[in-house]
Design a protein around this ligand. Structure first.
Ligand SMILES: *[C@@H]1O[C@H](CO)[C@@H](O)[C@H](O)[C@H]1NC(C)=O
Ligand SMILES: *[C@@H]1O[C@H](CO)[C@@H](O)[C@H](O)[C@H]1NC(C)=O
Ligand SMILES: *[C@@H]1O[C@H](CO)[C@@H](O)[C@H](O)[C@H]1NC(C)=O
Length: 210
């Protein structure tokens, strides 16, 4: 009877295949950068059908906080990268897909973030899908709203929940220890009592459950 094995194997295969498809995940970018440090502006656009070949170019735009217009700051295409705006000169590095023109990850890395980098970033994929002799152009746009802070902040809620976690873990252990000591004493006392009773009455008492 090989049936269970076959079933298990096909289940495993299904899992592996779906896992392979999920290799590209559209994770949202972080949105809080620390002044003076580097920051990765994330932008991922997975292809709907991974088996179709495509070539992509990527452009990034920036709208400073309080402004209305986006300015073109960065291009990545088959010739490599180009920084288009003086504010970002020598401060941007490609952090996206490296091995092919079939870009799904268009993330860039900002060096030495300043407060002037606060604002909205727009990442634009120009993707050309190649179906044999046919070509089909698509665009994908993603936005990142970046806040620059002097120091990394943590939400109060996360601090409170971490403290509560430690308190409850320690509290539980102490309670467990007290309970164990109490129980041990009770059993020991009951045992002695039972022995004395047994010696007197010649009857056997079981120690009570704790
Ligand atoms: C992104 O680029 C920066 C600067 O070149 C580098 O330090 C960092 O390791 C890169 N990160 C990834 C995930 O490629
Ligand atoms: C970034 O900061 C480091 C250390 O403060 C400095 O050495 C480097 O020259 C800076 N890079 C740019 C592009 O400003
Ligand atoms: C930020 O912008 C202001 C106004 O445009 C400018 O005076 C200042 O030098 C900039 N600061 C940095 C660190 O680029």
């Amino acid at each position: 009877m090989a049936t269970p094995h076959v079933l298990l194997l096909s289940l495993l295969c299904t899992l592996l295949v779906s896992w392979g498809d999920a290799a590209c995940a559209e994770v949202d970018s972080d949105t809080e950068a620390v002044a003076g440090r580097g920051f990765k502006l994330g932008c991922i656009s997975c292809k709907r059908r991974s088996e179709v070949d495509s070539t992509s170019t990527v452009e990034w735009f920036f709208r400073p906080k309080g402004e209305v217009e986006f300015v073109h700051i960065y291009t990545y295409n088959e010739y490599g990268q180009n920084i288009e705006d003086d504010q970002f000169l020598d401060r941007v590095d490609w952090n996206g897909s490296k091995t092919s023109n079939d870009i799904q990850d268009a993330s860039i890395y900002l060096l030495n973030v300043t407060f002037n980098d606060s604002g909205t970033y727009r990442c634009l994929f120009n993707r050309r899908l190649l179906y044999g002799r046919y070509e089909y152009d698509t665009n994908v746009i993603k936005l990142v709203h970046l806040t620059v802070v002097a120091k990394a902040t943590r939400g109060t809620a996360s601090i409170v929940s971490e403290v509560m976690m430690y308190v409850s873990i320690i509290g539980l252990q102490v309670w467990l220890l007290i309970e164990m000591i109490y129980c041990y004493r009770k059993i020991a006392a009951a045992g002695e009592e039972a022995l004395r009773e047994a010696a007197k009455n010649q009857t056997q008492n079981l120690p009570p459950k704790c």
